[in-house]
Design a protein around this ligand. Structure first.
Ligand code: ZN
Length: 265
């Protein structure tokens, strides 16, 4: 299993990275985890757009899913003809919400403008609704668990050939992430908040995002082999994010960056 960071900018694309997107490959199967704003551009540096086998969306915030709309255009209107549908695994309402984002007709319910010409999101993708539990996606065993975020959001654990990788998606503090990531070799964990001091930390909203220190605490409690901090918001100081996570997690630690790869073989 190989993980490649495509985009790791939190909440909106940054100058050096698209929003959230991760490529996971195993046995030639290629899965995109999230496809946030700007990510479709960078995906093409690491994979042929038409050799992606499936997409898995953690939640429907724009910075995690919106480039699915552009990807539908790329698949539907290729000069050689429409590409075969591929599965998109996502929260409930993914097809409707992304369909509305794509369609010119705001009345469209399934992404297909009512009665008129045009194309819908389901021309390019077959949608499958994620529920908590285990899914088989190609050769990957994917466990989904609900995280602590204002909208329905799934963290994922991906396993292949005895190796394991966990992804927090967006979340506030939750024991569900600790359980999901238990003993994983790599935890890709969000670290969105960077409070200036303890008073600012105490005033942060709950159930939204983690600080780097909290990411480190979750990684330590889960006993992961390595922590990779992601969802790095452009206005934060990355060095400080790394330092604060290191105060709570004593194992190998890295900041996500586009192109960074991890081989779990
Ligand atoms: Zn979010």
């Amino acid at each position: 299993m190989r993980l490649t960071i495509i985009g790791c900018s939190g909440s909106f694309p940054g100058p050096d990275s698209p929003a959230s997107c991760y490529l996971v490959e195993a046995e030639g199967f290629r899965l995109l985890i999230d496809l946030g704003s700007g990510a479709l551009s960078s995906v093409q540096r690491y994979a042929d757009l038409y050799e992606i086998d499936a997409v898995c969306l953690s939640h429907l915030h724009a910075d995690h899913c919106l480039d699915v709309c552009d990807y539908s255009v790329a698949r539907t209107f290729h000069p050689d003809g429409p590409k075969p549908r591929i599965p998109v695994y996502g929260p409930s309402q993914a097809a409707v919400r992304l369909g509305r984002a794509l369609a010119a007709d705001p009345a469209a319910q399934d992404g297909r403008p009512g009665g008129g010409p045009g194309h819908g999101i389901t021309d390019a993708f077959s949608f499958a609704t994620i529920t908590p539990g285990v899914m088989e996606i190609g050769p990957l065993r994917v466990t989904a668990a609900l995280m602590n975020h204002p909208v329905e959001t799934f963290g994922f654990r991906l396993e292949h050939a005895g190796r394991s990788l966990a992804y927090s998606a967006d979340t506030g503090q939750t024991g569900a992430l600790v359980e999901l990531a238990r003993d994983a070799e790599v935890l890709l964990c969000e670290a969105s908040f960077a409070p200036a001091d303890d008073a600012a930390a105490a005033a942060l909203p709950e159930g939204l995002h983690l600080t780097a220190r909290q990411a480190g605490q979750h990684a330590a409690r889960a006993g992961v082999g390595q922590l990779v901090l992601t969802h790095l918001v452009p206005w934060n100081d990355k060095n400080r994010t790394l330092e604060e996570a290191g105060q709570a997690f004593g194992g190998p630690l890295a900041l996500a960056s586009p192109g960074l790869g991890f081989v779990l073989d």
